[in-house]
Design a protein around this ligand. Structure first.
Ligand code: ADP
Ligand code: MG
Length: 211
């Protein structure tokens, strides 16, 4: 099915309004392919080049699915760098603004006491680098019981930066009943071999370079 604009996805008015404010009029190809599958809670492995709009491809369906009343984090986004964690947090804040979605960025070098306070208050989405996320998991300051969605963003950079073992460690701590989405600009074998969930085979989405 071809979607010509965001109104053809079944998105709530709050999300559509936020996309208007952002001036996102037409979904990019990766958004067109990912959003319907993500809304159906499919596990996804997505290869698409830098600048193709991958953040909104996962942030839109996640914001749509967030239950505002739940106080514990419902989505965990892993990013290789602090800069990306901050950017992705802002994207969630923008896309989720009319749903009043609260995102927290947690990353090495950021005061852990500030993060603990933030995580104790209502946080719908936690965005962070693997090392710091693991620190919070060990300390019990990042509750995982309500996490129903995991995103691994820039998986190829995670691999280059030596974070893949930590990512696997985090995957093993998460509730089994969840959706997992992995995004990468390239798809090295080691990334394909990551076991994202116990039984389900992920849907592979490959956006070609020339599109
Ligand atoms: P990627 O993660 O694939 O490198 P990003 O998610 O960072 O790409 O998006 C790249 C840029 O495109 C960002 O500035 C973002 O705000 C913008 N963008 C994303 N989706 C749309 C859209 N549908 N319409 C207009 N701009 C968009
Ligand atoms: Mg990106």
């Amino acid at each position: 099915m071809i979607h010509n604009n965001f109104s053809s996805f079944s998105l709530s008015d709050d999300i559509q309004k936020a996309l208007c404010v952002l001036d996102y009029k037409i979904p990019t190809e990766v958004q067109e392919r990912v959003i319907p599958q993500a809304l159906e809670k499919k596990d996804l492995i997505v290869k698409a080049k830098t600048g193709s709009g991958k953040t909104a491809a996962y942030a839109i369906p996640i914001c749509e699915m967030i239950d505002w009343l739940e106080n514990k984090p419902q989505a965990l986004i892993l990013t290789p760098t602090r800069e990306l964690a901050v950017q992705v947090k802002e994207d969630f804040t923008n896309i989720g603004r009319f749903k009043r979605i609260k995102a927290a960025a947690i990353y090495g070098g950021h005061p852990i006491s500030i993060e603990k306070t933030e995580l104790k208050q209502k946080t719908h989405v936690a965005v962070g680098t693997p090392g710091r996320v693991m620190d919070h998991i060990r300390k019990g300051t990042l509750p995982l019981s309500q996490i129903s969605c995991l995103v691994i963003d820039e998986a190829d950079r995670m691999l280059d930066m030596g974070f893949i073992d930590q990512v696997e460690e985090i995957i093993n701590e998460l509730p089994k009943d969840r959706v997992t989405m992995l995004f990468s600009a390239t798809m090295p074998q080691k990334i394909k071999e990551l076991s994202l969930s116990e039984h389900k085979a992920p849907v592979q989405i490959d956006i070609h370079e020339d599109s």
